[in-house]
Design a binder for this molecule. Structure first.
Ligand SMILES: NC(=O)c1ccc[n+]([C@@H]2O[C@H](COP(=O)([O-])OP(=O)(O)OC[C@H]3O[C@@H](n4cnc5c(N)ncnc54)[C@H](OP(=O)(O)O)[C@@H]3O)[C@@H](O)[C@H]2O)c1
Length: 352
């Protein structure tokens, strides 16, 4: 029998709690898929142990409040970072990778801001760094790009990759609301944070686009280089969907079209361009079909033409399934999400 995979789970929020629940209730079923290796919950870091209420956490599982101390003081095979934000998540990842410990994270903000340094560190220490859940939540996307489409020359990826803004645009269209009313409705329905600016201004989608750009084009695009302000309607003048008006939505609807926040990264000559701006889409555009919080991503390249993937972009249990898929891959000996790709395909524009 192979040794169990000892897991430190950092964060017990929407995703972290769902990961703990799967590991505790589905152990045998998951081990059957992990070459017989048990995925063992060894420790949990949370400041609010009540978040684990209702889960049968065995006696031997350490529950601690400080994720940095937990990772620094005890050996684990994998650290699962589901804290969110830049710190202390960044310190935890640096500590784990430095020690050669594998890391699974869903933290798109941290990867977009520090991905280049984290990749260098993971390559140096030969630790696996996997992040399938960071883009499109429970929908398989990153492994598809990095593994299944490895023989495709990708030219462009475009997608609806922020569920909150899509829900808002969708309800502006279906209920005739203006932006502020739709944002309030999204908050009331639990689809928007108290401070929804990361979503509304297209920053969250830009973070995800940076990750897609790395896998498709071998380049960590600086977040600030992602264009987020549309120069023409819909949404002219504001970042993300901040400038979208009821008139924009009605003008689109009068032509049988839909407004979507489209994140796009593409090759253009020797350059890679990235933008997150609202677009008026024809009804037969695959992205126009995104309703509510659904994510849809179209990957274009030769010789496949276009491959479209859609599914749940968020939600605790769905996102946890992507986190656990990475744990299973690590148990089977897989490397980082980018393992099959070259370290760098392109030079950043500044280096040319
Ligand atoms: N929710 C989704 O559907 C989804 C989808 C894709 C990706 N993600 C990503 O997954 C990550 C987690 O998201 P989430 O929605 O699960 O977040 P969340 O519900 O806010 O949970 C975050 C957890 O981390 C803990 N935490 C944060 N800072 C901490 C610190 N300094 N020390 C100890 N504990 C700390 C929180 O503890 P306290 O309760 O004590 O504050 C909480 O348990 C984020 O990177 C997010 O972007 C989420």
């Amino acid at each position: 029998v192979s040794a169990p995979l000892r897991i430190a789970l950092l964060g017990a929020g929407s995703v972290g709690r769902a990961v703990a629940e799967r590991l505790l209730t589905d152990g045998e079923w998951l081990a059957d898929r992990a070459d017989g290796r048990r995925l063992e919950l060894s420790a949990v870091a949370t400041r609010t142990p009540a978040r684990l209420a209702g889960l049968k956490v065995p006696q031997g599982v350490a529950i601690e409040s400080d994720p940095v101390a937990l990772v620094a003081n005890r050996p684990f095979d994998v650290v699962v970072e589901l804290l969110g934000g830049l710190e202390p998540a960044g310190e935890v990842l640096r500590t784990a990778l430095d020690a050669g410990t594998a890391v699974v994270t869903a933290n798109k903000m941290l990867l977009a801001e520090s991905g280049e340094a984290l990749e260098a560190q993971a390559r140096r220490s030969r630790a696996a760094l996997r992040f399938e859940a960071a883009v499109a939540g429970g929908t398989p996307l990153l492994s598809v790009i990095a593994e299944d489409l490895v023989a495709v020359r990708i030219e462009r990826i475009r997608g609806v990759i922020n569920g909150t803004t899509n829900w808002i645009l969708d309800s502006m269209e279906t209920s005739g609301l203006d932006l502020a009313e739709a944002v309030a409705a999204a908050r009331a329905a639990g689809y928007a944070e108290a401070d929804p600016s990361l979503d509304i201004e297209g920053i969250d989608a830009a973070h995800k686009l940076v990750i897609l750009g790395r896998l498709a084009f071998g380049l960590w695009i600086p977040v600030a280089a992602v264009r987020r302000v549309a120069t023409e309607p819909p949404g002219a003048g504001g970042p993300g969907i901040a400038g979208v008006t009821r008139a924009d939505i009605e003008a689109a609807r009068a032509q049988g079209q839909h407004v979507r926040l489209v994140a796009e990264v593409r090759r253009r000559g020797a350059d890679i361009e990235a933008e997150v701006v609202p677009r008026q889409l024809l009804p037969d555009d695959p992205l126009a079909a995104a309703r509510g919080v659904t994510n849809i991503v179209a990957i274009e390249g030769q010789p496949v033409g276009s491959v479209t993937i859609s599914g749940p972009g968020a939600g605790g249990p769905a996102t946890a399934a992507a986190v656990i898929a990475d744990l299973v891959r690590i148990a089977r000996g897989a490397g980082s999400t980018w393992a099959g790709l070259p370290a760098r395909d392109l030079q950043p524009a500044a280096a040319r």
